[in-house]
Design a protein around this ligand. Structure first.
Ligand code: IFM
Length: 457
């Protein structure tokens, strides 16, 4: 019997890479752009390591033609990027800034000219500061402002963009921005965090409705969630219950609302008195049918019951013996476990879309330029190999994954960690802004070219 050296992916599989506006664009105050909550947050002492900011970041706002050329060199079939709301609508309501729209139109046209499918994300965390001053995601009004903004973008780019994402990682927006306060706007209040959950989801629903009213029937609309496979630390009932609740808050709260049109009861009960009252009809809006679900996978959660740790009474463990990146445990099996579990639990949910994509997966590991100018990021190659294998197994098991996007196209501003974390397939020299395709980028290009992964390590 001959066994193939290659794991082949389905015909038509999409291979892409993802970035976000604040993390790469720079040009924080150019051409009429307004201020976002991140522009304000990075200026607060102690928020970001070494006081770094996204003011310049990878200077993509000026260097996008070069970045498009690099995407072509990698052979990307798709590129997922976000729009900086404040570039096109400086206050998040009212006046539109044509220069901002022009920038994204040039970017989209450049992608299309190169045969790269643009995936347009409306929101990747950079809320207009003027909207935050009116209460931000704690306020229902922000959901209407988001729908207006979605319409503005749809009117300008709807004739050329097929794939539309409303939000990236609502859980991070709500919890890191409003509960732990590690992210902008830096609020630490569980009630506000839960209001943000509801309003971000509601704005997704209104956004989908607004987009559908304008876009052609062929448009594909979806949302991106960051999801974790959750494992109890032991078989004790306490650990199992803590894991169940953790799964509820991180995963099911979002999945059930979007795909079933209801919040999970156990989570609502746990947050009695804290969770906002939904208005009649809100959950129907939130579960407005979508065309695809984007899934971001980085690591797993191993959960132990801890009565002192509120509100979840859960402590996260970091088991010994596995490989760790600079931020998380590296756990490829978790991708398989997560996808097969989601498939089992949600494939029959009334609003579950037929197409799923991995919209982010990547690893922060230290890398640098060798004497000969190459970046030999072998750990990232190993990460890719192991995760693509797990993904392939999940597809074989019937999970409807139609594409994979690596996080990230290029090194960028990693939020509270600043520039210390490098996630890119392309290295960025922060002094000179020189770009170098890393060995992992070359490896990924080969996977794309073959639509297959060579199995030999
Ligand atoms: O950099 C982030 C991105 O903005 C959202 N998903 C996770 C990435 C790595 O932390």
């Amino acid at each position: 019997m001959t066994t193939s050296r290659f794991l082949r992916f389905p015909a038509g599989f999409t291979w892409g890479a993802t970035t976000s506006a604040y993390q790469i664009e720079g040009a924080w105050n150019e051409d009429g752009k307004g201020l976002s909550i991140w522009d304000a947050f990075v200026r607060q002492p102690g928020r970001i390591e070494r006081g770094e900011t996204g003011n310049v970041a990878a200077d993509h706002y000026h260097r996008w033609p070069q970045d498009l050329a690099l995407m072509s060199e990698l052979g990307l079939g798709a590129y997922c990027f976000s729009i900086a709301w404040t570039r096109v609508q400086p206050d998040g309501y009212g006046k539109v800034n044509p220069a901002g729209l022009d920038f994204y139109q040039r970017l989209v046209d450049g992608l299309l000219e190169r045969g790269i499918q643009p995936w347009l994300m409306l929101y990747h965390w950079d809320l207009p500061l003027a909207l935050q001053e009116r209460g931000g995601w704690a306020e229902r009004d922000t959901t209407f402002r988001f729908a207006d903004y979605a319409q503005i973008i749809a009117r300008h780019l709807g004739d050329r963009v097929r794939y539309w994402v409303t939000h990236n990682e609502p859980a991070v927006i709500a919890f890191l921005g409003h509960f732990t306060g590690e992210h902008a706007p830096g609020i630490q209040d569980p009630v506000i965090a839960l209001r943000a959950v509801h309003h971000v989801l509601l704005s997704h629903g209104y956004g989908v409705q607004a987009l559908r009213a304008i876009l052609p029937a062929s448009a594909q609309l979806g949302i991106i969630l960051n999801l974790y496979p959750v494992y109890p630390a032991s078989s004790s009932p306490e650990d199992q219950q803590a894991a169940q609740l953790f799964d509820g808050v991180q995963n099911r709260l979002f999945l059930d609302a979007l795909l079933r049109g209801q919040y999970p009861l156990d989570v609502l009960q746990h947050f009695t008195g804290l969770f906002p009252e939904a208005h009649d009809g809100d959950l129907e809006i939130i579960s407005e049918p979508m065309d695809f679900l984007g899934i971001n996978y980085y690591t797993r959660a191993v959960v132990r019951y801890d009565p002192k740790s509120l509100p979840l009474q859960a402590e996260l463990l970091f088991p010994e013996g596995n490989e760790y990146s600079q931020m998380w445990e590296i756990y490829p099996q978790g991708l398989y476990d997560l996808l097969t579990r989601l498939h089992l639990d949600y494939r029959d949910a009334p609003f579950c879309p037929l197409d799923w994509y991995i919209t982010e997966n990547g690893v922060p590991v230290p890398d640098g330029v060798d004497f000969d100018g190459r970046v030999r990021d072998e750990r990232r190659i190993r990460f890719l190999r192991r995760h693509l294998k797990a993904l392939h197994r999940a597809i074989q098991a019937g999970v409807p994954i139609r594409g994979y996007f690596h996080w990230s196209l290029m090194d960028n501003f990693e939020w509270a960690y600043g520039y210390r974390m490098r996630f890119g397939l392309i290295y960025v020299d922060w002094e000179t802004q020189q770009r170098i395709i890393k060995d992992s980028g070359r490896f990924y290009a080969e996977v794309i070219r073959r639509n297959a992964l060579e199995t030999a390590e």
